[in-house]
Design a protein around this ligand. Structure first.
Ligand SMILES: *Cc1c(COP(=O)(O)O)cnc(C)c1O
Length: 387
């Protein structure tokens, strides 16, 4: 037993160290739906902390579609897609997503984390090389490791470095993987330039559009934003952010999608999402289509925040998306500013290493169409006062 005790001691030591370094994470227990005005421990707070960019997570039409589907289809899918878990609702959702993105075919996954694992494993085939922007989401890096492929990371947005790496690669399969909208920075990847490099060096371009889908390109996402189309693009978007529900999908040419369906462990060896979520997503897509005013409101609030905020602490990053990070530097400072805002009734998460590089801790302000101008004004006033 003494071995076990040593291991426990090590875990306790590491946990204590995290706390000392202001890196300990803490969950807040939210009582109620994901909306801007929430209650935490009975206390009202104005939150700028979700990825619910269009305010669909608590939309009555979406919730109603989920509850009606629960009564008709039950709650659990009962099995994986390839056994017996693939319902008519999943099928309809895949068709709708392919139509929505203008891509040949779509396949749904239970989470973006799993979709990334599936795609990189299938495209890299173990002998591949994956070229990744240094600020990509952690799930893409984990996916590359799971794929047992060689992972080469290039400096954020550094096309010249990427070109050198591609030119020097002798891998049988090459994949350039990038966030379309960088999740903690809010800037947009230079997808047209990345596609040109992929064409020149015969590589796949894998686009993780977790934060662009529903937001950019009239809601169609980052490819529509740039008017990009190519058989070498594999597109992924998550459905728990702007779409307000859960899960993810991959879209692209038939051969890629069918290979994922046949081979990807993260697709084959997992229970299908509850069909009621597919029903909720179909309703969410209806709202996205029929209520363009949500996107208009979101863009208006982005402009309003940038015009009104003159924070005494920190610098806004150059982001044109609803992700508006205020760079503060060290973790303790970010935590301190977040705490001062919390005391004023505002919830803005402090993002610290290892989620972001050392010395770049920040507040991640995220805007939603569910916010009002008065909400954003309240945030700006607090930011302008907090020292
Ligand atoms: C959130 C996120 C994911 C993971 O998606 P989940 O559906 O939450 O697992 C993947 N990539 C990026 C860029 C993300 O922001």
């Amino acid at each position: 037993m003494s071995g076990d005790c040593d291991d426990l001691g090590r875990l306790a030591h590491d946990l204590a160290r995290r706390r000392t370094l202001a890196l300990e994470r803490r969950r807040r227990v939210v009582d109620g739906a994901c909306v801007p005005h929430v209650r935490v421990d009975g206390r009202p707070l104005l939150a700028f902390a979700s990825n619910d960019y269009l305010g669909l997570a608590a939309h009555p039409r979406v919730a109603l579609a989920a509850s009606e589907a629960a009564l008709r289809y039950g709650v659990g899918a009962g099995a994986s897609h390839l056994i017996s878990g693939h319902s008519a609702l999943h099928e309809a959702l895949e068709r709708r997503l392919a139509q929505w993105t203008g891509l040949p075919r779509a396949l749904t996954f239970s989470a973006g984390y799993m979709a990334n694992a599936a795609v990189l494993s299938v495209l890299a085939q173990r002998h591949g090389e994956i070229f990744a922007d240094r600020l990509n989401h952690a799930s893409l890096n984990d996916a590359a490791r799971l794929a047992r492929a060689r992972l080469r990371r290039y400096a954020h947005g550094d096309l010249a470095q990427l070109q050198r790496l591609l030119a020097g690669s002798r891998a049988a399969y090459k994949i350039v993987a990038t966030d379309a909208v960088f999740s903690m920075d809010g800037d947009i990847a230079p997808l047209p330039e990345l596609l040109s490099l992929c064409e020149r060096y015969d590589a796949w371009l894998y686009v993780d559009d977790a934060h662009g889908f529903g937001v950019l390109g009239e809601g169609k996402g980052a490819l529509a934003h740039f008017r990009l189309a190519s058989p070498r693009i594999v597109y992924m978007a998550t459905l728990g952010k702007a779409a307000g529900v859960a899960g993810a999908f991959v879209a692209g040419v038939e051969e890629v999608i069918e290979t994922l369906l046949q081979q990807a462990h993260a697709y084959v060896y997992t229970t299908a999402q509850p069909p009621l979520l597919a029903a909720a997503l179909l309703a969410a897509l209806d709202v996205m289509e029929q209520e363009p005013q949500r996107r208009a409101m979101l863009w208006r609030l982005v402009g309003f925040l940038r015009a009104q905020a003159r924070p005494r602490r920190g610098t806004f990053l150059a982001s044109a998306t609803p992700i508006q990070p205020l760079l503060l530097g060290d973790a303790a400072t970010a935590l301190d500013v977040a705490e001062q805002l919390w005391q004023r009734g505002l919830w803005v998460p402090a993002i610290r290493p290892p989620t972001v590089p050392q010395g770049t801790a920040r507040l991640r302000i995220s805007l939603s169409a569910a916010h009002s101008e008065a909400d954003v004004l309240a945030l700006c006033e607090a930011l302008n006062e907090v020292a």
